[in-house]
Design a binder for this molecule. Structure first.
Ligand code: 8Y7
Length: 279
């Protein structure tokens, strides 16, 4: 299956890495070092050379407790970067936003996929996605980034997350977003305790059974810190382990800060999964 991201193909016949490009002054793991367009473009070039299949541009931090930015400020951060990447690099671009105005501006500037951690629940986002007519990643979150880590609760986290994503997928289809444009994501770390994240990872195959492509974001996340007590800079090996566990269960897109290493980890999985011979 090949996703058409506004004319740029994202080939999901093998797993792909979505490279993270934060254009925020307060991004937790890159210290906002890629705020300037030139620096962002240089980072995008490196991610393409390292084998990324798509680049995820985000202008607002979703870190717990991060400052909110206006639509205008978010557009001012992401649009120049999207235009610069689009003019030079032949790679699909995804826009990490929940704001309908940012979705529209980013797609107009050349992005080809909407990555929404609020699963199009913000007023006007569903219509923006219909009008943009690009693939959409629907992510589960319990609560908003300001409050989500305050006492998250589930009856059964795996069942609850799957039910939410299925409900959002059906809502999208009802307003006219084709099913083959939808990607699902359990939203690791978004309103989940350590055990919730581990359970979602262990049972990811249940989400994959819905039949839509699944995206996983675990790169350097606190679920690793919680289990291993290592700092953000020391989470690469564990991030790769979780990427491999995800792809082994059928995840198609891995969102990562460390593109080269993640491509190697998941392509190795893919080789093992596809080898033919005596069973
Ligand atoms: C995810 C994400 C973040 C994720 C999708 C971080 C924007 C926090 N995490 N989008 N965004 N899935 N689809 O640690 O897990 O990168 S931000």
């Amino acid at each position: 299956m090949i996703l058409n991201c506004a004319g740029k193909p994202l080939d999901l016949t093998h797993p792909q890495v979505m490279g993270i490009l934060n254009v925020t002054p307060d991004s937790f793991s890159d210290g906002g070092e890629f705020v300037a367009t030139d620096a962002a473009l240089a980072q995008a070039r490196k991610m393409v050379a390292d084998g990324a299949g798509i680049i995820d541009v985000g202008g607002e931090s979703t870190r717990p407790g991060a400052v909110l930015v206006s639509v205008e400020e978010e557009i001012a951060r992401v649009v120049p970067v999207i235009q610069a990447i689009r003019s030079e690099l032949d790679i699909p671009i995804s826009i990490d936003t929940s704001k309908p105005g940012v979705m529209r501006a980013a797609i107009k500037a050349g992005a080809g996929l909407i990555n929404d951690v609020c699963a199009l629940q913000v007023e006007g986002a569903m219509q923006a996605a219909v009008d943009c007519n690009v693939p959409v990643c629907l992510m589960h979150s319990q609560g908003n980034p300001q409050t989500m880590q305050n006492n998250p609760q589930y009856d059964d986290v795996v069942t609850d997350v799957i039910a939410f994503l299925l409900e959002r997928a059906i809502a999208c289809e009802q307003v006219g977003i084709a099913r083959d444009l939808l990607i699902l994501d359990p939203g690791f770390g978004f309103g989940k305790r350590a055990t919730h994240n581990l359970l979602l990872m262990k049972h990811l195959s249940k989400l994959i059974e819905l039949g839509l492509p699944v995206l996983v974001g675990v790169s350097r996340k606190s679920m690793i810190g919680n289990s291993l007590k290592v700092s953000v800079e020391e989470r690469l090996a564990a991030s790769l382990s979780l990427a491999a566990i995800s792809v082994w269960q059928g995840a198609k897109i891995i969102r990562s800060h460390d593109v080269l290493e993640t491509v190697q980890a998941i392509m190795m999985c893919d080789h093992v999964m596809k080898v033919k011979g005596i069973e």
